[in-house]
Design a protein around this ligand. Structure first.
Ligand code: KMH
Ligand code: ZN
Length: 278
């Protein structure tokens, strides 16, 4: 059995700092979070950033500063969100690659997103795929719907393999209006994966966080956890720090004889380019 890649998604674009003051939003808080989550067993961080007013932003200088600061402080694989918030223009979402992350998210299609729509038309996905290849950034394919699995196969057929030659996907389940956060839905998606896929992980939003984690572990998948996806540790108890969610995932994975993967092994699994300075 292989070790478990644990990705932490600490912030996201949806929660407000006013409602959840423990949400990491400043560069200093993100670095502190990255350090503690690496200590708890995470090997990759999926990053959204916030401006001085704690609002979601795709500001290039701030993205670069955040990537550099986390890279300096940890060995985590640094993945930038290209999804941003549902309000971000497609053109601006492409500019995220300028910050030279190790990895970038690439959502494989438009999806319901609660009361909103998260837009990912074919032209955008295609441009992002090719630009990531050119910039030597490894995409993580975010699958919110079963149809997204088919769109991934179409991207690979059209453009060849991503940079690094590996194909890692992440099932984001339980978003209201999208694929449900159930073992049945997850396993249906896994069964449809094209043969080029070399690894997959899963996360469940909100209440589906734990059931999807258990299903993914038992089916040979990897894990994503974090306050972007879930802010309740248990009924009546809010998560106080992202490292609690990472530590719990690491504990369950270890119990399942699939302990947390090292950052070195994660880099190999994903095929990322080493951008760290010695
Ligand atoms: N915030 C969502 C609209 C991603 O990071 O690529 C999109 C999202 C996916 O979180
Ligand atoms: Zn995200």
């Amino acid at each position: 059995m292989t070790a478990t890649l644990i990705t932490v998604a600490p912030t996201g674009a949806e929660l407000s700092k006013a409602d959840v003051p423990q949400l990491p939003t400043t560069v200093e808080e993100l670095v502190e979070t990255a350090r503690r989550c690496e200590g708890a067993g995470a090997a990759m961080i999926h990053l959204h950033i916030r401006d001085a007013g704690h609002r979601p932003t795709l500001d290039g200088a701030l993205l670069r500063e955040s990537v550099d600061a986390i890279r300096e402080a940890t060995d985590l694989v640094v993945q930038l969100s290209t999804g941003g918030s549902v309000h971000d223009p497609l053109e601006q979402r492409l500019t995220v690659l300028d910050a030279a992350p190790d990895s970038c998210s690439l959502t494989c299609g438009t999806t319901n997103f609660g009361d909103d729509v998260f837009l990912n038309p074919w032209g955008f996905m295609s441009d992002l795929y090719v630009q990531a290849q050119e910039r030597e950034v490894v995409p993580e394919f975010e699958l919110f719907e079963l149809g997204h699995v088919q769109a991934l196969a179409r991207l690979i057929d059209r453009h060849g393999l991503p940079f690094g030659g590996k194909v890692h996907v992440d099932f984001v389940t339980g978003v209201p209006g999208a694929m449900p956060g159930t073992a049945a839905a997850l396993l249906a998606g896994v069964a449809m994966l094209p043969p080029e896929v070399t690894s997959w992980s899963a996360t469940g939003i909100g209440r589906s966080h734990l059931p999807v984690m258990a299903a993914a572990l038992s089916a040979g998948g990897h894990l994503r956890v974090g306050m972007e996806d879930n802010i309740m540790y248990a009924r009546g108890r809010q998560v106080q720090h992202n490292d609690e969610l990472v530590a719990r995932a690491a504990e369950l994975a270890t119990l399942m004889q699939r302990p947390p993967m090292s950052t070195a092994d994660a880099r190999e699994l994903l095929g990322v380019k080493d951008r760290r300075t010695p």
